[in-house]
Design a binder for this molecule. Structure first.
Ligand code: FAD
Length: 329
């Protein structure tokens, strides 16, 4: 049986949480198509990470590319194509992150397979897996079935959160070390600069209130800040256009190229619901959206939909909150 391969996402020192979501999806697939799972840790050689994964009972390949200095898309594509040409997986699971988006499509071309971007759900038809991915700016989901293999599913972070914490297996899996030479990856990494990404407040907050372009002007940010302060353990976020406009720093951006959040409550104010924004919020327990357009795409993903001008809603909400605080009113 052709295996299901998972390309482990890591930062050179630790396994990133999205890897556990990929493994969760792999187990869902494996349970139905009865295929073995193989985890692949590409990079400079990372036996510690490979051992950690094997402790969960899975077959792991530590794919060492001599001379690689951090992530390198050219080297990843060459080494993974080489490995998968002999391993022949039917499905390859890759995170739909900056790294995964960079190498997965090119890898699919080299393997004469398919790549499905932005996978956010798994369904079944006649025993075959069907992947769902957002289209039309998140307004709809397309259902896609691969007819050319291997099929690389590029999986949205937070789309396959496992209800159970990863547990060590009674019997550890095996670790195989492979070395694939890639002397000329075609790309040279000059430097890595850390992004201005201090979204600690967003990661810890129980309630996140995010403002989008529907805010209208920078002057209205204060209203959303005040609204945020009404909730305990709350933080403010924004959609990308507000960062592009220079109204807020990048560390407040929520979405695929910003913070991925999973608060108890996410309140989207004047946000349309693009796939890039949704990618960062789908781990939220409850999503509340305030939008003046009743057809806004974000309503398709919200638990509570409020069709209203956001400033009108905020002032009405504040008036009610004040009257609750002041029992004489
Ligand atoms: P809009 O799409 O303009 O929506 C504004 C909404 O406000 C509309 O739905 C409108 O009905 C509503 N509205 C207007 N007036 C009012 C009012 N008075 N009261 C209530 N509602 C009102 N975006 C992100 O957010 N995060 C990312 O990480 C991200 N990464 C990206 C990466 C790439 C590679 C690309 C190409 C794009 C990325 N984007 C990201 C941008 C994304 O595609 C959208 O453009 C963006 O999310 C739209 O932001 P928005 O919803 O605030 O604005």
């Amino acid at each position: 049986m052709k295996p299901i391969a998972v390309v482990v996402e890591h930062d050179g020192r630790t396994i990133l949480p999205v890897t556990h979501e990929l493994i969760h999806l792999a187990t869902l697939l494996a349970a139905r198509i009865h295929a073995p799972i193989v985890l692949v840790v590409p990079g400079a050689g990372h036996p510690d990470m490979a051992d950690e994964l094997a402790r969960r009972g899975m077959q792991t390949i530590d794919l060492a590319i001599p001379g690689i200095d951090g992530y390198n898309s050219g080297a990843y594509k060459t080494a993974l194509a080489d490995l998968f040409t002999s391993l022949l997986p039917a499905y390859i699971l890759v995170a739909h992150t900056a790294t995964g988006r960079d190498f997965a499509p090119g890898l699919a071309v080299r393997l004469s397979g398919t790549a499905i971007a932005g996978v956010n759900n798994l369904l079944w038809e006649d025993g075959a897996p069907i992947f769902s991915r957002p289209v039309f700016n998140g307004a709809k989901n397309a259902l896609v079935r691969a007819d050319k293999f291997p099929c690389i599913a590029m999986v949205q972070p937070s789309a396959f959160l496992s209800p159970d914490a990863p547990a060590p297996a009674p019997l550890p899996g095996t670790v195989e070390t492979m070395e694939i030479q890639c002397p000329d990856p075609g790309i040279k990494r000059l430097a890595t600069r850390s992004a201005d990404k201090g979204g600690d407040d967003l990661e810890r907050a129980a309630v996140i209130v995010s403002a989008g372009r529907g805010l209208g002007s920078r002057e209205n940010l204060g209203a959303v800040e005040e609204f945020t302060s009404l909730f305990p353990n709350a933080a403010m976020g924004v959609s990308r256009p507000l960062v592009d406009e220079g109204w807020m720093a990048y560390r407040f951006q929520v979405g695929i190229t910003g913070a991925t959040v999973s608060p108890e409550v996410y309140i989207a104010c004047g946000i349309s619901g693009s796939s890039q924004h949704l990618a960062g919020i789908m781990g939220s327990k409850t999503i509340v959206s305030i939008n003046s357009d009743p057809n806004a795409a974000i309503f398709n993903h919200s638990d509570y939909c409020i069709v209203e001008d956001l400033l009108d809603f905020i002032s009405a909400f504040e008036a009610i909150a004040a009257s609750v605080d002041d029992p004489d009113r």
